[in-house]
Design a protein around this ligand. Structure first.
Ligand SMILES: C[S@@+](CC[C@H](N)C(=O)[O-])C[C@H]1O[C@@H](n2cnc3c(N)ncnc32)[C@H](O)[C@@H]1O
Length: 256
């Protein structure tokens, strides 16, 4: 069985279109996993996927890199806090926020903490956070974090919103209740509309250029006019105007 046939069969099995991701990376990660499990060819890997639910879960987790942290790229969160949030809330009674590819929730919860610090009433916003990986969404809902996701959290914030347990920190329940998590595949599923702020960070790097462009178009169409798209630090758009967007600061784009 050649790689493309295998990729096709696996995509159906795990319900993730692997052909939309950069091929080198997909191939490398599959080969690593096969080595780990002593699987000598694609056929035996497929067999294991068909017979072991645990292996299916491990496979999906291995393909989707879940690394995240609170206040990742802090300058961007400062900009949100000092400039964009005051502006968004001044113009509207309720704003809709979506953390697409939210991983373990660090990003969405960072927003909830910042909004709480700004003293904005939770009835004035909605934060939805979605990811393709059900296991990481379970982690997000538990709100338990190891130190490596908390390195950029200001000490005052850490003391106020996290409780140290044995080998993890538990996030404050009030903050957790401000984010609704759900599964959404950016490639296949329909997106919500009329969103004021979309965070789609550190996931485009895994997709082919063609797919990245398609998704940027879909995300832009989900924004209200004047809505904001917040990308990862290395994921700038060369020609934002092609997506009806204007660059406003670092990784922030505004829909025209
Ligand atoms: C590196 S994490 C980024 C987390 C967070 N946005 C951040 O920047 O810290 C990438 C996330 O994208 C998710 N992902 C990968 N493919 C996806 C898809 N097709 N639809 C939705 N999420 C996807 C992965 O499961 C993973 O949790």
């Amino acid at each position: 069985m050649d790689f493309l046939e295998f990729q096709n069969k696996v995509s159906n099995k795990i319900n993730v279109d692997l052909s939309s991701y950069k091929r080198n990376r997909v191939e490398r990660r599959i080969n690593n996993l096969m080595k780990k499990h002593n699987l000598s060819d694609y056929r035996s890997c497929l067999e294991k996927l068909n017979t072991s639910h645990d292996f299916q879960e491990e496979f999906l987790e291995h393909m989707t890199i879940n690394t995240s942290e609170f206040y990742r790229n802090p300058k961007n969160y400062e900009y949100l806090q000092d400039k964009l949030f005051p502006e968004l809330f001044a113009n509207k009674s309720k704003i809709k926020i979506w953390s697409a590819a939210s991983s373990n929730g660090c990003e969405a919860y960072t927003l909830a903490i910042i909004l709480n610090e700004l003293g904005i009433d939770p009835s004035k916003y909605q934060i939805k956070a979605t990811d393709i990986d059900p296991a990481i969404l379970q982690e997000a809902r538990a709100g338990k974090y190891k130190e490596n996701s908390l390195k950029k959290v200001p000490e005052k914030v850490l003391n106020k919103y996290f409780t140290k347990k044995d080998d993890y920190y538990q996030l404050d329940r009030k903050i957790m209740s401000r984010v609704q998590f759900g599964r959404l595949d950016l490639l296949k599923d329909r997106y919500d509309t009329n969103i004021d702020l979309i965070l789609c960070r550190n996931v485009f790097i895994y997709f082919t250029k063609e797919i990245k462009d398609q998704l940027t178009k879909k995300l832009s169409n989900s924004l209200v006019n004047g809505g904001i798209l917040f990308l990862g630090n290395t994921e700038y758009l060369l020609k934002p105007e092609e997506f009806n967007l204007n660059k406003i600061y670092n990784s922030f784009y505004r829909r025209k």
